[in-house]
Design a protein around this ligand. Sequence first.
Ligand SMILES: C=CC1=C(C)c2cc3[nH]c(cc4nc(cc5[nH]c(cc1n2)c(C)c5CCC(=O)O)C(CCC(=O)O)=C4C)c(C)c3C=C
Ligand SMILES: [Fe+2]
Ligand SMILES: [Fe+2]
Length: 337
Amino acid sequence: MIGVLLVNLGTPEAPTAPAVRRYLREFLSDTRVVELPRIIWWPILNGPILTFRPARSARNYASIWMPEGSPLLVYSQRLAEGLQKYADTHFPGVVRVTLAMRYGKPSLRQGLAELRQAGCEKVLLVPLYPQYAAATTASIFDKVAEEFRSMREIPELRMLRDWHDHPAYIRALAESVKHWWQENGRAKKLLISFHGLPQRSIQLGDPYRQQCKKTTALLVQELGLQQGEWVQTFQSRFGAAKWLEPYTDKTLIQLAKEGVEEIDALCPGFTADCVETLQEIALEGKETFLGAGGKALRYIPALNDNPIWINAFSEILAPSWQTWELPENFAVSTQSG
Ligand SMILES: C=CC1=C(C)c2cc3[nH]c(cc4nc(cc5[nH]c(cc1n2)c(C)c5CCC(=O)O)C(CCC(=O)O)=C4C)c(C)c3C=C
Ligand SMILES: [Fe+2]
Ligand SMILES: [Fe+2]
């Protein structure tokens, strides 16, 4: 059996200040995420941040919480189920898909244990981030390696490091945007917003900005957009340091001032909708844009569990299954739906 371990960031267990505090404490204690010396960071984290941020952040989560739970978890889980169904149809008995979170639950330890119990000697680790950053992708790898330290027999491991320029990912994004335009109409401007990163991370060697740029270039080409019909930005600034620019919120204000009336917003770096897309862009971003004189900002949903994406993602993952010990004479086809 080949195990596919999908891993996303993690999310609070409830939209309440105590649950958000637990989540932020684990997340923001990761040295891959905040690269400051602990002697400087610890008092800031345990002082102002964990005192004031949980309540504000909990309100943001409450505004987007689903009956089934946090959108990030709900959509990631549905994606895992969709991929399992695909695998059961095209590679029966060969692939076991499960979801884990880097922070919180379901934990990476649980995910690895589940795959071991299912008899997977091979594990394909799939961080759910199309663009590589040390803060996200490498942090997942670190945690998996840490879990391995307490295991006698570790599985054979592969990692899908990133897929920022994979044709199937670009096609899925373009198709989902076109489909959305058909149903909802189309604004003259497409805002393409990625999660930000401190500028220092790029200076230290993260390929993240370059990969975001490439995703955008390929996507606008696939959509046939001309200069002026799109703009790429970075959102979710945190703390006082300089983050990647242009900032999404400042760009929204500037566009409104320039007389742009309608914007469609897409966040291609997020495979699952979450507080960063549903609250920060669809709610707060819209408020910012309208407050500056814009008329409409319409958020285009993330790929989530869109069947277009489940098929495309399977196409991205299948080569690993195919080349990684399938039963002999196993007929492989990823072409048919
Ligand atoms: C403090 C530094 C942060 C870095 C560096 C960072 C990088 C980074 N994050 C994502 C994806 C997501 N981030 C999400 C939430 C979130 N991110 C930070 C901080 C950093 N992120 C915080 C404090 C939070 C929590 C929300 C808040 O309090 O504002 C989420 C959503 C989680 C959810 O539960 O919905 C995602 C997804 C990427 C891709 C990335 C680097 C490229
Ligand atoms: Fe983040
Ligand atoms: Fe945010």
